[in-house]
Structure formats: C-alpha cells, structure tokens
Design a protein around this ligand. Structure first.
Ligand SMILES: C[S@@+](CC[C@H](N)C(=O)[O-])C[C@H]1O[C@@H](n2cnc3c(N)ncnc32)[C@H](O)[C@@H]1O
Ligand code: SF4
Ligand code: SF4
Length: 362
C-alpha cells in the first residue's frame, strides 16, 4: 500500500484557468490556493515530460510534509492511498473563455475586472488533440467545460465532437442555457454529456436582478429540452441546476424552495448548492452569515429530499464548515448532515407540507 501525504487535485487534475494560467485546482484558501504552473499560456503544445517532472517534485514536497506556498493551509492535503494514473488525467477543467451574453452580479469574471481585461481567449483544439494523441486525455478522463459562456465560442461544436469522437465519455458543460445547443442535446442522448446551469433564483424577478436579462422562460425551456434527452439507464447524462447563495441578494428559504420546485418541474436530474466565492473570499470572518448559510444548506437538503430530487453541496461549502468548525455548537448528527446522503424518514408534517406546496405550485 502506497500511502502518503498529498491532495486529489495534484494527483490527477489539470485546470486551464482564466488569466491564461494553468494549475491543479480552483480551491480558495485564506492563504491563496490555486497554485500556478504556467502563466501567459495561449494554447501552445505543452512539454509533458517537463510538466510531469514538475508535478512529481510538487508531490515529493507534500510527501515530506511541506507544500507549494499557495497550498500551505489547504484542508484537502491528507494521507491517503492515491489512485496514481501516471500520465493520464482523471479530471480536466477548461475555464478559458470570458465572453458571455449575461452579466451575473456575482460572476467572478466581472467582479475581478482583471479577468475580463487581461484574459486572452485562445483555441484549445490543438492542445486537446495533442493530449488525446499522447493518451494524457483518455476515455476515463472527466472533462469540465466552464466559461464565460463556452457555447458562444466558434470552436465549441468542434471541441465537443473532438472529445466525443475520441471516446471521452464524461463531459460536463457549465452553460447559462440561454442558447440551445443541438450538440449538447445529442451528447446528452448519447450518454456522454452532462449539463450544469446556474439559475441562482426561484423567481423571474430575482433571476433578472442577478443576471441582468429577462431570459427566465428561455432558460427553463432549454433546460427542459436538455432534460428530455436524459436516459436514466445511462450514467453520464445528467442535467443539473445550480443555486449560488449570494448573501443579501438571494439568501432566502422562499427563493430556494421555488428554485427546487421549478427544477423538479423541468425534470432535471439534480440540484447543486454553492456560495458566492467572491463574497466568501472577502468575508472569511463573518461567522453570523456563515451560520445562516449552513441553515439554508440544511433547508436545501430537506426540500430536495422531500421532493425526491438528487442534491449536491459544492466542495466550497464543505470546506467552509470544516475550516471554521462553524457548527461546533450543533449535535454530531448536524455536523454529519452534509455528507450523509441517506434520505431521512419523512414525517407526517413533511407529507402535509409537501401536499400544500404541490397543490400551490404544480
Ligand atoms: C464562470 S461560469 C461559466 C459557465 C456558464 N456561463 C454558467 O454561468 O453556467 C462556471 C460556473 O462558475 C460559477 N460562478 C461564477 N462566479 C461565481 C462566484 N463568484 N461564486 C461561485 N460560483 C461562481 C457559475 O455560476 C457557473 O456555474
Ligand atoms: S493542496 Fe489544495 S490548493 Fe494545493 S493543489 Fe491541492 S487542492 Fe489545490
Ligand atoms: S452566465 Fe456564467 S459566465 Fe456569464 S456572467 Fe453569468 S456566471 Fe458569468
């Protein structure tokens, strides 16, 4: 057994990030996180011998109890028996686009003007081709496509076909769903593409306030259309909607409830909860709001379970709970709630609540 100190990202992940950087992860920590491996990257072919040599050195640092400075306070470093894949990545994030047709108030791209002003978009096709040829991307690699809005890129369809035609079978696309994409729908039907769409609201009014455009109906229509391609017998073809809690904007139970019900109506396969990372970065000390977020998280889980909809809590909220031991005053059951997917027994009052809500909304 080869147990040593390391982290899951460094062991098999690669992030093509905004600002023309390449790194291992998108983890934010009070000391930094997101170590950078390459800067000023604009799509050149990568010297993989050099890359893996550098990665091995970084792993050796962790093994010896140290780390890269950016990783120094990261909670994801642990002793484990790592599933070493040598030169094959388990996960790759493509987060290189900044163009978008929305202007979400929380979007990291807009919050940090540096990102929009100083990211040079580039064509990923040559480097992805090279990685496929060298078996650095294989059919076992999960590819996550992020943004801006990747569906606006003129190479988007070619990129998707390249991955699918080379047997990649787990491609996730983060899209705002304002534009319907036939290639995405075909990928969903084939069982190799999944979609995550950030809605962040439960009402058209809040949607327009957050996204700066009145496209509520269009977005839900497209999500419904994608969901109609889901074949529940195939694993990698889910369509999920996301709610990012933005303190003082959408942090209400009403908004979350309506979001979950709307998602249920659109037949999505699951809902995801996260927190505005830009807010988080600036408010690591605001324990009161953190506690409110934990309450909303519990509510999110409760309503999702009540309506039998699959849910996921993004790692940043998990990290927040661990880092601040934020629910130290709660019972151990509460502390475990976030990781325990076992559905609790529904009580009579739950059924009554569900009945009232269903009559009202469906
Ligand atoms: C940058 S977007 C690109 C994809 C697409 N345009 C969309 O909105 O789904 C990728 C994901 O990052 C999320 N995101 C952007 N800014 C964020 C922030 N400040 N905090 C948390 N998530 C954020 C978006 O909601 C989206 O799910
Ligand atoms: S230790 Fe943390 S910050 Fe460093 S690469 Fe791993 S996940 Fe990222
Ligand atoms: S749709 Fe996505 S990329 Fe565009 S502004 Fe919103 S979060 Fe940012």
């Amino acid at each position: 057994m080869n147990t040593y100190r390391s982290c899951h990202s460094i062991e098999g992940e690669l992030f093509f990030n905004h600002l023309n950087k390449i790194g291992y992860c998108c983890m934010l920590t009070p000391n930094g996180g997101q170590p950078v491996l390459y800067e000023n990257y604009t799509g050149e072919l990568i010297d993989w011998d050099e890359f893996f040599k550098k990665r091995d050195e970084h792993i050796e640092l962790m093994k010896r109890g140290s780390s890269l400075p950016a990783c120094s306070d990261c909670l994801w470093i642990k002793n484990a028996n790592w599933d070493k894949r040598e030169r094959e990545f388990r996960y790759i994030l493509l987060n290189v686009w900044v163009k978008c047709n929305l202007f979400c108030i929380y979007c990291s791209n807009h919050k940090d003007k540096n990102v929009i002003n100083n990211t040079k978009e580039y064509n990923l096709i040559p480097v992805i081709k090279d990685m496929l040829e060298k078996k650095i991307i294989t059919k076992n690699t999960k590819i996550d496509i992020a943004g801006g809005e990747a569906t606006l890129d003129r190479n988007f369809n070619e990129l998707l076909s390249l991955l699918i035609d080379n047997g990649v079978k787990d491609i996730n696309i983060n899209t705002n769903a304002t534009i319907f994409s036939e290639s995405i729908k075909k990928g969903i039907e084939k069982g190799v593409v999944s979609v995550i769409s950030s809605i962040d609201s439960g009402t058209p009014k809040k949607f327009e306030f957050i996204k700066r455009k009145n496209l509520w109906n269009t977005v839900w229509q497209n999500i419904k259309e994608y969901s109609s391609g889901i074949n529940s017998k195939i694993f990698n073809n889910s369509v999920r909607t996301k709610f990012i809690i933005i303190p003082n904007v959408n942090n209400s139970k009403k908004e979350i409830l309506k979001f979950i019900l709307k998602s249920k109506k659109a037949n999505v396969s699951g809902v995801i909860l996260n927190i505005d990372l830009h807010w988080l970065r600036q408010n690591f000390d605001d324990k009161k709001t953190m506690l409110e977020i934990i309450e909303l998280t519990k509510y999110f889980i409760k309503i999702s379970n009540l309506f039998d909809i699959d849910w996921q809590i993004w790692a940043h909220i998990e990290d927040l709970i661990k880092r601040y031991n934020i629910i130290e005053s709660c019972s151990p059951i509460d502390i475990n709630f976030i990781f325990d997917k076992n559905k609790p027994q529904k009580t009579i009052s739950d059924y009554f609540f569900k009945l009232v809500i269903s009559k009202f909304y469906f």
